[in-house]
Design a protein. Structure first.
Length: 274
């Protein structure tokens, strides 16, 4: 799922760039800008009403090379960590909901704040969606360490805090609308992660919608006999406890933090799961 999301972003980026190349050689320079107009999210309400799909398409649309490179690298790094603690469907749902939250806050800011009076803006980029995943991952795995260039090993919670501070500072800059979208995405990610701690997953309705769209059919399973219900995985209680402890360590510190003995145990126990 993560690679599919990345693939869609790359495909849209290449489509726009190809349109620009075609326009350059044919003299129709407006091809790319016209196509972009059908994908970008406008702050002008009247224009949005006739193009409501842009609330979704904008989060898969990038134009600058560095913009898409930065967004997709963060998406890949944090999306990989996210799927260690959640499902791929939840990743997609949070990506969509984070983008929706960022887009709505962008539109509200442009239409309600005096600072943006008489100013029309447009929004593109997956940044709000990525910020939702970054924030959710940092809350779920705050002590997980990432190796950053020049900084060394840094815990996710400090990366998230630094990101939030930079976004808040950026609200007063030239990309104020984009930074508001970032705040909307981070708010959605934080709400989801905190809700999951309380056993509430507000991405569940979205996941069900994905199932209906994909027309997923689950084959009926045979009921598990009562005498086997206590050991469906084929593991003993000791092996299950050992596996849980190792997976918890991987969740917090990553696979590389395991000792050679723990890696061997993980391999041996996983072979016995049925």
């Amino acid at each position: 799922m993560l690679m599919q999301i990345i693939g869609i972003n790359i495909a849209v980026f290449l489509l726009l760039r190809l349109a620009a190349i075609v326009g350059m050689f044919t003299g129709l320079d407006s091809i790319a800008s016209t196509l972009m107009g059908w994908l970008e999210l406008p702050s002008y309400t009247a224009r949005f009403i006739v193009r409501p799909w842009t609330l979704v398409t904008y989060m898969f649309t990038q134009w600058d090379v560095m913009h898409i490179l930065f967004n997709l690298l963060w998406l890949y790094w944090f999306g990989t960590l996210f799927t260690m603690a959640a499902t791929p469907r939840q990743l997609l749902a949070l990506y969509i909901l984070g983008g929706l939250g960022g887009g709505l806050l962008f539109m509200l800011g442009y239409n309600l704040l005096p600072h943006f009076r008489f100013v029309n803006g447009v929004l593109i980029g997956s940044s709000a969606s990525v910020m939702a995943i970054v924030t959710a991952t940092a809350i779920m795995m705050p002590d997980f360490r990432m190796n950053l260039l020049l900084f060394g090993s840094v815990r996710l919670k400090w990366i998230a805090i630094a990101t939030i501070v930079l976004v808040l500072i950026g609200v007063t800059g030239a990309n104020a609308g984009g930074e508001m979208a970032h705040i909307g995405g981070m708010a959605v990610g934080a709400a989801w992660a905190l809700g999951m701690r309380r056993g509430r997953d507000f991405t569940r309705p979205v996941c069900r919608l994905f199932d209906r769209i994909a027309n997923i059919r689950v084959k009926p399973t045979r009921p598990v006999p009562p005498h086997r219900r206590d050991n469906r995985s084929g593991l003993s209680d000791t092996d299950r406890a050992t596996l849980d402890a190792i997976l918890e360590k991987v969740k917090k510190s990553g696979y590389t933090a395991l000792t050679p003995e723990e890696k061997r145990l993980l391999f041996d126990i996983s072979r016995n799961i049925r």
